[in-house]
Ligand binder design. Structure first.
Ligand code: SF4
Length: 279
C-alpha cells in the first residue's frame, strides 16, 4: 500500500542539476531522507558559516552515513571576524542581515554558478512561508512537503522511521543556524551559555566590539546585553518553565517536548527566523 512518503508520481527535470540544500535543522534533514534514492545525481549541500553549533555538525555526519553519499560542505571564503570588521563592528541583525548574504547565499550561488537548478526546499505543508528563493533565474525551487501535504507530524515520522531523530540542540534551541544568531530568544541564549559556555563567551566578545560609547551600543538582543541577560538567567529560566508547563498541559501528550519548546519560543515576541538558515 502506498503512502505520501512514497512520493507517488514524483517527477523532476533531468535537464537541470538537482540540489537539496541542508541547514542542519530537522526539516531539510527530513526532506533529504525523503528524497533519498528518488533522484539520480541529487546533490546534498550544506553551507557552513563557520559558526554552526557542534550538534549541527554531528547531525550532518549522522545524515551523511544514512544517505550513503557525501554531503557537499561549502565554506564562506570570509570568516565572521573578517566580515564583522568589514561592517564596522556592526553586529548583524534582523534589519541588517548581512551575515546571511555574506556567509550563506554567496557561497551557495557561487557553487551553482549559471547551471540550471532544481533546488529542493524543506518548507512543510503546515507552514506559511516561502523560504529562500534566489532571484537568480536559473534556480527553480521545489517544495515536496507542500506538494505531498507533509506537515510537522509527517516530518517527525520521517526522522523517527529513519532512526536519525531530532538534532540534539532541539532540547534547548528552536532553530538551526549560527550559535550567535540574533533570532534566538533569551531562553535560547541561556541554553547556549549552559551547553556551550565557550561559544557564549565568544558571542559576548563580539558584542563588546560593537560598543563604542553611549548611543552606539549594539547588542545581539534588542535592549539588553548578554552580560545583563546572564545576570537574569534564573529569572528567564523560571518564566520559560512556567510557559512550558502551560503548553505541556495544552498539548495533552500529543506533542513531544522539542515541539512544545519550539511553540513556546515562537510565541515570544521577536522577528521570524532567517528564511535560508532555518529550514
Ligand atoms: S543563522 Fe542567524 S546569524 Fe547565522 S547567517 Fe543566519 S541569520 Fe545570520
Amino acid at each position: 500500500m502506498s503512502n505520501i512518503f512514497d512520493l507517488k508520481n514524483f517527477s523532476y527535470d533531468p535537464s537541470r542539476r538537482q540540489i537539496c540544500p541542508l541547514s542542519g535543522g530537522k526539516d531539510s534533514t527530513a526532506l533529504a531522507i525523503l528524497l533519498k534514492g528518488k533522484i539520480p545525481n541529487l546533490e546534498y549541500v550544506f553551507t557552513d558559516t563557520g559558526a554552526e553549533l557542534p550538534e549541527a555538525y554531528e547531525y550532518l555526519d549522522k545524515l551523511e552515513a544514512f544517505l550513503g553519499q557525501p554531503i557537499v560542505r561549502l565554506n564562506s571564503d570570509k570568516t565572521f571576524d573578517f566580515l564583522l570588521q568589514k561592517h564596522g563592528n556592526y553586529l548583524p541583525s534582523a534589519r541588517a542581515r548581512w551575515c546571511t548574504a555574506e556567509m550563506k547565499i554567496k557561497s551557495y550561488e557561487r557553487y551553482i554558478g549559471d547551471d540550471l537548478i532544481e533546488s529542493y526546499v524543506g518548507i512543510r505543508a503546515d507552514e506559511n512561508r516561502e523560504g529562500y528563493i534566489s532571484d537568480k533565474p536559473n534556480i527553480s525551487p521545489r517544495y515536496p512537503f507542500k506538494e505531498y501535504g507533509i506537515d510537522l507530524a509527517g516530518v517527525n515520522q520521517i526522522l523517527e522511521d529513519s532512526g536519525i531523530g531530532m538534532p540534539k540542540y532541539y532540547e534547548w534551541r528552536s532553530r538551526s543556524g549560527c550559535y550567535f544568531c540574533f533570532f534566538q530568544r533569551q531562553i535560547e541564549w541561556v541554553g547556549l551559555k549552559e551547553r556551550h559556555p565557550d561559544l557564549f563567551e565568544k558571542a559576548k566578545e563580539y558584542e563588546k566590539r560593537g560598543y563604542v560609547g553611549e548611543g552606539r551600543n549594539f547588542t545581539w538582543v534588542n535592549g539588553t546585553s548578554l552580560e545583563e541577560m546572564e545576570a537574569r538567567s534564573e529569572e528567564i529560566k523560571q518564566k520559560h518553565e512556567e510557559k512550558m508547563e502551560k503548553a505541556r498541559i495544552k498539548a495533552c501528550g500529543k506533542k513531544d517536548l522539542s515541539d512544545i519548546f519550539t511553540d513556546v519560543v515562537n510565541d515570544d515576541d521577536g522577528e521570524d527566523a532567517c528564511l535560508i538558515c532555518d529550514l
